[in-house]
Ligand binder design. Sequence first.
Ligand SMILES: [Zn+2]
Length: 96
Amino acid sequence: MPIYEYEPDGESVCEFCARGFEIIQKISDPPVTQCPECREPCKRMFSAFAVNESERSLLSNKNVEAQGFTKYEKKGDGFYERTAGKDGPKELHAGD
Ligand SMILES: [Zn+2]
């Protein structure tokens, strides 16, 4: 899940939000508008999509396969190759 950075947007701050804080949210979750600690207004800053190390290892080919999932990676225009898992075709072509 992406990590969103917040910064205080109100008159006062607490120890928690004084330097800004980060919240891991689903993309579909609405932005937080108040500091969870002091309830002062805060605003979401623009930040790049971030994946932490534990999430990266969850998506490793070995783990994907162990969980019974199949992973495809885009290899070209409309062309996907299976990189993990045993089910499904070895290659996918968009439009087939
Ligand atoms: Zn606060």
